[in-house]
Design a binder for this molecule. Structure first.
Ligand SMILES: [Zn+2]
Length: 344
């Protein structure tokens, strides 16, 4: 199905307008020490990491094409804008992240690993709050009879009663999903902050994979892996009440190496035992496995424009296609694309 450019432009504008109105602005850590101003906090270290992989101040990021469920492309984005989120006050952003912003990562440093994971959690919490607000804003537009505004996001035609009811239903279901996720994240937050305060690091297990080369990509996210290498269910996302085992993932180049940190709670050790195998693989196979995890699950990822443009066009298109296709469908096993490599 092709859409005319006007359609997608109007849809994009309306979508962006509602999204902008819905952005969550508050301090994730909120306590009585908060400073007044909510700042644009970085979820990926700006000066050292994004600077390293940027060209003329820009990096590349995936962008799903609005109105085309199977389309995605790479867009150039200013490194100062990339991966920032309005999720911390100035005081807490500076205080909490100092050990990973002002110091290089030292493999095995449990405090730094906890802070990396906490920052991934905060970024995801912010994204889910924004999505929840978006569904609420769309529902209020429906309530107020502003159908044309709502409908522009989806398609330009005047909606039928059935379509309006369908939208209500979809927004309701999505909203419930976001609210359920936020409820879990709020519990994670309290546990993380207690552990940070008391310097208790043993509840978080981090698998570290190191490449002896700098690849020019960076990522930070909280993900729920659906299946392992053999197709065994790790997280059942079809049930709202299912116990989920979050995986906090951070990827960055540093000092001639590339680090991949995958952290999970100690209580989920059995579920994530399969990740321990990755370190036994060959370098080429490690890249394939980790690329599958990153492209299928992570949205907050940035690449170097120079390295990306060096990839043959066919490769670029394939990576974009896989990113879009796997937004909702993760495949039967974790590694379903056997020559995917984003370690560029
Ligand atoms: Zn604060």
């Amino acid at each position: 199905m092709t859409k005319d450019p006007l359609d997608s432009r109007i849809m994009k504008e309306s979508y962006n307008k509602i999204r902008k109105q819905s952005i969550w602005k508050a301090c994730f850590h909120h306590d009585n020490e908060c400073s007044n101003e909510i700042i644009k906090a970085h979820s990926i270290q700006n000066n050292k990491i994004l600077n390293k992989i940027s060209r003329d101040g820009n990096v590349m990021q995936f962008e799903l094409e609005i109105g085309n469920p199977f389309g995605s492309k790479m867009k150039k984005e200013g490194r100062k804008k990339v991966s920032t989120f309005t999720g911390f006050c100035g005081y807490h952003d500076a205080k909490l992240f100092s050990p990973i912003e002002n110091y290089d990562y030292q493999p095995g440093n449990k405090e730094q690993e906890l802070i990396f994971a906490y920052r991934s959690l905060a970024k995801e919490y912010h994204a889910k709050q924004t999505c929840l607000k978006m569904t609420q804003n769309i529902i209020s537009l429906l309530d107020n009879g502003q159908f044309s505004e709502v409908n522009k996001i989806f398609e330009r035609k005047k909606p039928s009663i059935e379509q309006i009811n369908y939208l209500y239903e979809i927004m309701g279901i999505q909203g419930q999903g976001f609210a359920a996720a936020l409820f879990k994240y709020e519990n994670y937050r309290v546990a993380f902050e207690n552990n940070m305060k008391n310097k208790k690091y043993h509840n978080l297990v981090t698998n570290v994979i190191v490449f002896d080369e700098e690849y020019h990509l960076a990522a930070s996210s909280l993900i729920n892996i659906v299946t392992d290498f053999s197709g065994k269910i790790i997280n059942d996302l079809t049930r709202l009440d299912a116990y989920l085992a979050p995986l906090f993932i951070n990827v960055f180049p540093q000092d001639g190496k590339t680090y991949v940190l995958m952290s999970h709670y100690r209580r989920d050790k059995e579920r994530y035992k399969f990740l321990e195998q990755i370190n036994k693989y060959s370098i080429a196979h490690k890249k394939i496995v980790l690329s599958n995890i990153l492209v299928k699950y992570v949205e907050n990822i940035a690449f170097s424009p120079t390295r990306w443009e060096e990839l043959p066009l066919k490769r670029q298109e394939e990576i974009n296609r896989i990113f879009a296709e796997t937004t909702n469908l993760k495949g039967e096993t974790l590694v379903s694309f056997h020559d995917l490599n984003v370690f560029i």
